[in-house]
Write a new protein. Sequence first.
Length: 93
Amino acid sequence: MRRYHKAVYTEPIHWQKLEALTEKLNSLKWSYSGHCLENVKSRAVKICYRIPYTEAGLDIILVISEDKEIITIYINSIGDNHETLRKNLYIQG
């Protein structure tokens, strides 16, 4: 599976595709994957959103599939800049 991370490299065309996919997802209803309900790993195409949640510095991390299934959702500190990111797992530009 090819992996991309915005802190490593993202091809310019991917931003356009993400915007189009986000518009499509906004028209769908939410559903939950088995991973979300049973904590099972999913190999689906995934998109991760980081959404500001509180003024106290917490963000919601939302991982969804291309079918708008929630794969996982959790709260993370706004200061967590993913220092453990293993860049070698992602496509390099």
